[in-house]
Design a protein around this ligand. Structure first.
Ligand SMILES: N[C@H](CCC[C@H](N)C(=O)O)C(=O)O
Length: 275
């Protein structure tokens, strides 16, 4: 017996270098979203499937409010690749309200640039659970040690290693993500220098696991490399899904530029994914 035909909710399937999203535009008609519903929609076996679920809502302070739900349903503060996807959708220059602050997107013919604001660097801004030097954190997990902590709206820890591809991130990522040192959990970045102002990066994302790209991870890693004087203030970051360009001028805000892609449009039955 087919389920009752309720309200159909349109969505757009999008990605930034393979970090993929289901984008629901709820600016005209409100769409209720809970952690359970977001996880059900994001599930790659029984739902539509994505790394993050994005809900666009009206904003009192910006052109749009962007709500970000990880694959596990957790609602979070920032998503760099999704910010570019929303920038592509809306076109031109847009101000986007997120839990992590106000960001600005600019859609251009060669890609989308997003101003992610200034990084937060103090231990209690990452956050970690006790005071420490966030440029050389005195902690380690097996051979991953002495990382950098950076918050770009969401929390990141960055390990610089000889070869990022050699790290067993599928095993170490969840250990670090869920360590009590990180009261809000953490996104885990492993980076290696491949050339002047050129890094390779792999990311275990909080609430989503290994992804093809992480925009905020690229921003946080560039800030960490610049602080450690491993690169200049304009950095090319190669993720498994492709490159992003990050600039962070002295005392300024972080700019991230890269592609965003609309894959297809669809719709789902509201009653198929109860709150
Ligand atoms: N997993 C991240 C959110 C998505 C970040 C990533 N997809 C990006 O492009 O920045 C977190 O829990 O903070």
């Amino acid at each position: 017996m087919p389920k009752s035909r309720g309200m159909r909710i349109p969505f757009r399937k999008m990605h930034g270098l393979g970090n993929d999203f289901v984008v629901i535009d709820a600016r005209e008609a409100a769409v209720s979203m809970t952690a359970a519903r977001a996880a059900a929609l994001a599930d790659r076996r029984t739902g539509i499937g994505c790394d993050q679920l994005i809900v666009l809502e009206p904003s009192d302070v910006a052109d749009v409010r962007m709500r970000i739900f990880n694959n596990d349903g957790s609602e979070v503060e920032a998503c760099g690749n999704a910010s570019r996807a929303v920038g592509l959708l809306l076109g031109g220059t847009q101000f986007i309200e997120t839990l992590g602050g106000l960001i600005r997107s600019e859609a251009r013919p060669d890609g989308v640039s997003v101003d992610m604001g200034a990084p937060r660097l103090r231990w209690d801004e990452i956050p970690v659970s006790y005071a420490m030097d966030t440029l050389e954190m005195p902690v380690g997990w097996e051979d991953l040690e002495n990382p950098v902590g950076v918050n770009v709206g969401n929390p990141h820890v960055i390990f610089f290693v000889d070869d990022a591809d050699a790290v067993d991130l599928a095993r170490l990522g969840p250990l670090i993500e869920n360590d009590p040192l990180f009261p809000e959990r953490i996104n885990v970045n492993v980076a290696s220098v491949v050339g002047p102002d050129h890094l390779k990066l792999r990311v275990w994302e909080r609430g989503a696991g290994l992804t093809r790209a992480c925009g905020t991870g690229a921003c946080a890693t560039a800030v960490a490399a610049i602080r450690r004087k491993l690169t200049g203030r304009k950095v090319r970051i190669d993720l498994p899904g492709g490159p992003l360009t990050i600039t962070w001028p002295e005392g300024g805000t972080i700019d991230m530029t890269g592609p965003a892609t609309l894959s297809f449009e669809g719709a789902f039955e509201d009653s198929d994914f109860p709150a």
